[in-house]
Design a protein around this ligand. Structure first.
Ligand SMILES: Cc1cc2nc3c(=O)[nH]c(=O)nc-3n(C[C@H](O)[C@H](O)[C@H](O)COP(=O)(O)OP(=O)(O)OC[C@H]3O[C@@H](n4cnc5c(N)ncnc54)[C@H](O)[C@@H]3O)c2cc1C
Length: 384
C-alpha cells in the first residue's frame, strides 16, 4: 500500500477520527481548521474566572447505543456518568420534560396512574384530524390543544422561526409523551460526559506523529490539488462557493452571564412561551456535577435565521433546501479526490456518536478501496 498525503478540512469529531484512523494505517495527515481551536462545535473551555467547564458552542451530552463508539471515546478520555434531565418554565410553573406522568399530573392537577393518564390524553387528543399534514395538526392529534400550547407551540416557533402550521407533520413522528415518571431525556444505553471536556478528548485523538494540525487556516477547492485525497467536513455549499445558493440553516446566539451561586439548579431550563425571546438557559457547571464551583456561567440561547457571517447550526432541510441539496450532491459526485463528511459536509443534523460512527466507517472504506485501487465516493451515505 502506498503512503497517501491526506488533507482533512475541519478539526471537529469527523476530521479528528478520520485523521487518527488514517494516520494509524500509515498515511500522512494534515488537518486544517479556520478556528483557533480543535474539537469543532464540541469545543469546551474552562472559564478563567469561575473554573467552570463551558460548552462554548452550546451544551453537548454524549449518548449512544453503539458499543464500539463508546469504547472509542473512552480510550481518549474517562467519561463520568451524566443523565440529561430537562425542565421547562411555562405559565409561571416549572415542569419536567420530556412530557411525562409527572408533567401531566402537575399540569392538569391530577394524580393519574399510567393507564388512566393514557386514557385521559386520548380524550384530549383531537381525533377529528385523521390525516395530519403539519406539525401543529400532528401535535394536536397526539396530545390535544392544552399540552400543545404549553409545551410544543412556542418552543417550536422560536426554534424554527416559523409557525408549527408551516412545518411538516413528519418532524413529530411519535407520541411525544411518556406515561411513567422516567425523565431521562435520552433512551441510550451509554451516556456520559468527558471528565476534562471534549477538547481534551479530541486532543487525545489527534495525538499521533503522522498528524499535523494547522489552525486559523482555511482550506478551499483550489487546495485539494496538493493532496492525494481530501476529507471535507466544512459546508458543502461553501466548497462550491454557493454556486446554487446558500443551504438554509438556523443559527444560535448565546448571551453569556455569570452568577455567584446556583442560578437555576439544573443544567437546562427551557422556555416554551413566545413572550420569552430565548428558547432555553443552560448553566454549565451542572454538566460537570462531580466538580464544585461557587461561581456559575450561564447561556441564554436565542435561535434565528443563519446569515452569511453566522455559524450554521441546524440544517433546515425542507422542500426548497432538499432541491438545492440535490444540486450540490450532483456537483460533489462529479469531483475527484474528495469526500464530504460530517454535519456540514453532508448537510444533516448528526449527534456526536453518529458522527464518530460515520467517521470510522469512512476511514475503513477509504483503506479498503485504497488497497483495491478503487475510487473513494464523494459520500459514505447519500445525504438525501
Ligand atoms: C447547539 C448544538 C447542540 C448539540 N448537542 C449535542 C448533544 O448534546 N449530543 C450530541 O451527540 N450531539 C450534539 N450536537 C451535534 C454535534 O455538535 C455534532 O455531532 C458534531 O459537532 C459534528 O462534528 P463535525 O466534525 O462533523 O462538525 P463540526 O464540529 O462543525 O466541525 C467542523 C469544523 O470544520 C471547520 N471548517 C469548516 N469549513 C472549513 C474550511 N473551509 N477550512 C477550514 N476549516 C473549516 C470548522 O471551523 C469546524 O471546526 C449538537 C449540535 C448543536 C448545533
Amino acid at each position: 500500500m502506498s503512503r497517501q498525503k491526506i488533507a482533512i478540512v475541519g478539526a471537529g469529531l469527523s476530521g479528528a477520527v478520520i485523521g487518527r484512523e488514517l494516520a494509524e494505517a500509515g498515511h500522512e495527515v494534515v488537518i486544517f481548521d479556520r478556528r483557533d481551536h480543535i474539537a469543532g462545535n464540541c469545543h469546551t473551555e474552562r472559564d478563567a474566572e469561575t473554573g467552570v467547564m463551558v460548552h462554548v458552542y452550546g451544551p453537548h451530552i454524549f449518548h449512544t447505543d453503539d458499543a464500539e463508539v463508546w469504547d472509542y471515546v473512552n480510550r481518549f478520555q474517562a467519561f463520568k456518568p451524566y443523565k440529561n434531565r430537562v425542565k421547562t418554565t411555562s405559565r409561571d410553573q416549572v415542569f419536567s420534560l420530556p412530557v411525562n406522568l409527572h408533567t401531566i399530573n402537575q399540569f392538569f392537577g391530577k394524580t393519574l396512574r399510567p393507564d388512566e393518564a393514557k386514557a385521559f390524553i386520548e380524550e384530549q387528543a383531537d381525533t377529528s384530524i385523521t390525516d395530519p399534514q403539519t406539525f401543529e395538526e400532528q401535535a394536536l392529534r397526539f396530545v390535544g390543544r392544552d399540552l400543545y400550547e404549553a409545551f410544543f407551540e412556542g418552543y417550536t416557533q422560536k426554534q424554527w422561526g416559523c409557525s408549527p402550521r408551516d412545518l411538516p407533520a413528519s418532524i413529530l413522528k411519535r407520541l411525544p409523551v411518556r406515561f411513567n415518571y422516567d425523565d431521562d431525556y435520552f433512551f441510550h444505553k451509554f451516556q456520559g460526559m468527558p471528565e476534562n471536556g471534549y477538547t481534551e478528548m479530541v486532543d487525545g485523538i489527534l495525538d499521533h506523529p503522522d498528524i499535523t494540525i494547522r489552525l486559523k487556516t482555511g482550506f478551499d477547492r483550489k487546495d485539494t490539488g496538493n493532496y492525494d485525497h481530501t476529507f471535507y467536513s466544512g459546508a458543502l455549499d461553501g466548497y462550491f462557493d454557493y454556486a446554487k445558493g446558500r443551504l438554509g440553516y438556523r443559527t444560535l446566539d448565546f448571551e453569556r452571564f455569570t452568577y455567584e451561586g446556583d442560578y437555576q439548579g439544573c443544567a437546562v431550563m427551557n422556555y416554551g412561551e413566545t413572550s420569552v425571546p430565548y428558547t432555553r438557559i443552560t448553566e454549565h457547571k451542572h454538566f460537570s456535577p462531580w466538580e464544585k464551583h461557587d461561581g456559575s456561567v450561564c447561556y441564554r440561547e436565542y435561535a434565528r435565521e443563519c446569515g452569511p457571517d453566522d455559524t450554521p447550526y441546524y440544517p433546515i432541510r425542507l422542500v426548497k433546501e432538499k432541491e438545492q441539496l440535490a444540486e450540490y450532491v450532483a456537483l460533489a459526485n462529479a469531483e475527484e479526490g474528495i469526500s464530504f463528511v460530517g454535519r456540514l459536509g453532508t448537510y444533516r443534523y448528526l449527534d456526536m456518536d453518529v458522527t464518530i460512527r460515520e467517521a470510522l466507517d469512512t476511514a475503513r472504506l477509504f483503506l479498503d478501496l485504497h488497497d483495491k485501487q478503487e475510487r473513494m465516493p464523494a459520500f459514505l451515505n447519500p445525504p438525501l
